[in-house]
Design a binder for this molecule. Structure first.
Ligand code: ADP
Length: 612
């Protein structure tokens, strides 16, 4: 059953109570009034009877019956009362209204029986003779027959005087009072009902208003307050309740604002974390993930939420760790390799249980730290150490071999000794080259990192000429022609010493990896469209060229496309690595292009332009 509105609980109950009270009061009033009136009539009748009694007693004693009758008729008429005199045998002796001879025996009438017993008899009856309600009072008449001794009281009456009066007037008056009472009650009921309705509305209206506002509270709208709305009509209790609810709303509002701001702070921390963080529920669905995670997995944050984790990250290792953490309730720390678009990514991954504060686990939290750069650096360092050791070991082994041979007796054969010592000299020169290049490289790297390489704007031509001069002798020996083409008005931002070294390295390579009669050209031009403010220095040769597969790794330390030739030429395998570092120190770039057997082209781009 649906609960009824409060007003329908208060109002009808009150009206019903009022109705019952009015009915009861009216009924009691009518009855009391009637009773009072009848009593009054009875006393009045008794008084009249007492007044008439001496005369009647006299007539009876003297047997003046016809005078008695006359008196009854007269007295009855003048007092508006019916007067009847009854003999002890019940026979009517005289009557004011009727002929006594025609009247029946009255011995059994209730009031007369009572009077013959010596008491005043009273009765209310409907008279068939007169067809109306009558009140009868009967008075015993004594001392009519033989004189009795004084003191000896014979209770038995000698006759009875009965007086009666019609109460029809009373009935009519009562009827009128009842009608008035009825209309009065109806009027009172209607009025009281209206007042009641007004009061009930006054009680329920504020409660209804409060309910409306409480519903808005429940919907999260705390902008309204109850007390100002209900203040005018509400009772103290309701106003107190409204004030309490307002206080509650205020507190809730503050609490919610605090929680929201706290959540926002956490969200900011969460999303600005470098580590990828993913929260996963017990059914292995993503609860939320931060920006770093979305970028790492290549998904939209919003789209990933709610999806099964396997759909977001396809990685068997990670799935195993999540399942294990959920099942065994213990954390897992491991490095996971994720195949991505940009190659492999190394992720230091921690999977921990996610609690809800009440000690229950609601899922797991995956925190991934991208350690790819560290791993790559470690690899580079490891390769570098291996490469350096290898590069150094070759000449050292060679030197040791020849020195041992010399000590073993070859020193005595002068020709051999000279040849071996020349080889030892050559190998030690190679060692020196490698160490010089290594030192140069680490110096450039170090200074670049510290920002300690000062750049200055100056003409390019002198630097190009100095580089060409350095290589001239080697070119002549190898039968190579050098062509230099550099406009004198080109100015670049450079560190002249380093730039010269880079150009020498490129020219030397062009000469070394070439054939007798070959050409090496160096040309410098200002950058074309889209490359304003830049200068391109191109070193081109028509030498042996480089196979395509070697091009991407050419600038790595110790990387050689043609190992045998490089060693024979006394190369360290570091020349191009040094060029690359010098280009970076100039905030520029170096690219290589080549066709095997036809020649190579290296383009160094740095900041610069034609002098104004
Ligand atoms: P290296 O000291 O061996 O010359 P570099 O770093 O200068 O070392 O060059 C790396 C490798 O690139 C060389 O070993 C060589 O195989 C190749 N190379 C460089 N320049 C040229 C070129 N101009 N023509 C052909 N191959 C070249």
């Amino acid at each position: 059953m649906n609960p009824r509105k409060l007003i329908w609980q208060i109002f009808p109950a009150n009206v019903l109570t009022l109705f019952l009270v009015t009915i009861a009061l009216s009924w009691y009033g009518v009855v009391a009034l009637q009773e009072f009136y009848l009593h009054d009539t009875e006393s009045d009748l008794e008084a009249r009877a007492q007044l008439a009694a001496p005369r009647i007693r006299e007539f009876l004693r003297d047997h003046r019956h016809s005078e008695l009758k006359e008196y009854c008729i007269q007295a009855g008429r003048s007092s508006g009362t019916r007067i009847t005199v009854i003999a002890p045998d019940g026979a009517v002796v005289a009557d004011s209204n009727e002929d006594p001879g025609a009247m029946e025996n009255h011995g059994q009438r209730q009031e007369i029986v009572e009077a013959f017993r010596g008491n005043v008899g009273v009765s209310r009856r409907y008279s068939k003779t007169l067809q109306e309600n009558l009140v009868y009072v009967a008075l015993p008449l004594t001392g009519i027959g033989i004189e009795r001794d004084r003191g000896m009281v014979d209770k038995r009456a000698d006759a009875v005087l009965r007086v009666s009066v019609s109460v029809a007037a009373l009935d009519v008056a009562m009827q009128r009072i009842k009608t008035r009472l009825f209309f009065g009650s109806v009027a009172v009921l209607v009025l009281a009902g209206l007042v009641n309705l007004f009061i009930s509305r006054n009680i329920t209206r504020p409660l209804e208003q409060m309910t409306g506002i409480a519903e808005r509270f429940a919907a999260g709208d705390f902008s309204v307050r109850m007390l100002p709305k209900v203040k005018r009509r509400a009772s103290l209790e309701v106003a107190t309740l409204a004030a309490a609810m307002d206080r509650m709303a205020e507190l809730l509002d503050e609490k919610i604002a605090a929680i929201v701001s706290q959540r926002n702070q956490l969200e900011t921390v969460f999303s600005s974390m470098v580590e990828a963080v993913v929260a996963i529920d017990t059914e292995e669905r993503v609860i939320s993930l931060n920006q770093a995670a979305a970028e790492l997995f290549g998904v939209e944050r919003g789209a990933a939420t709610g999806r099964i984790v396997q759909q977001v990250v396809r990685n068997v290792q990670l799935q195993q760790h999540i399942s294990r953490t959920l099942a065994a309730r213990e954390s897992v720390v491991d490095e996971i390799i994720l195949q991505g678009e940009g190659g492999e990514r190394y992720l230091q991954t921690t999977v921990v249980l996610l609690g809800n504060g009440a000690g229950e686990s609601v899922g797991v939290l995956v925190v991934m730290n991208d350690v790819t750069r560290i791993r790559r650096l470690e690899n580079v360092r490891r390769d570098f150490v291996a490469n350096v050791s290898h590069e150094l070991r070759t000449p050292i082994t060679s030197i040791r071999g020849y020195v041992e041979t010399l000590l073993d007796g070859a020193l005595d054969i002068r020709e051999d000794a000279v040849r071996f010592l020349e080889i030892v000299l050559h190998q030690s020169e190679r060692l020196a080259t490698i160490i010089d290049d290594l030192l140069a490289l680490s110096k450039i790297e170090d200074r670049t990192r510290r920002g300690a390489i000062p750049l200055a704007t100056g003409p390019l031509l002198p630097v190009v000429e100095a580089a060409a001069q350095t290589c001239l002798l080697q070119a002549e020996q190898a039968g190579i022609t050098l062509d230099i083409d550099c406009p004198p008005d080109l100015e670049v931002e450079m560190n002249a010493t380093l730039l010269e070294q880079a150009l020498v390295n490129l020219l030397v390579n062009g000469i070394s990896y070439n054939r007798p009669g070959g050409r090496v050209g160096l040309s410098a031009t200002p950058g074309g469209e889209g490359e304003e403010g830049k200068v391109k220095i191109v070193v081109r040769d028509d030498g042996i060229g480089i196979a395509r597969e070697h091009l991407p790794r050419l600038f790595e330390r110790f990387y050689r496309s043609d190992k045998a030739r490089s060693r024979a030429q006394g190369g360290s395998g570091l020349g191009l690595a040094i060029v690359k570092h010098i280009a970076e120190a100039h905030e520029g770039s170096i690219t290589a292009d080549s066709i095997e057997g036809k020649g190579s082209e290296f383009v160094l781009t740095i900041k610069g332009q034609k002098a104004a």
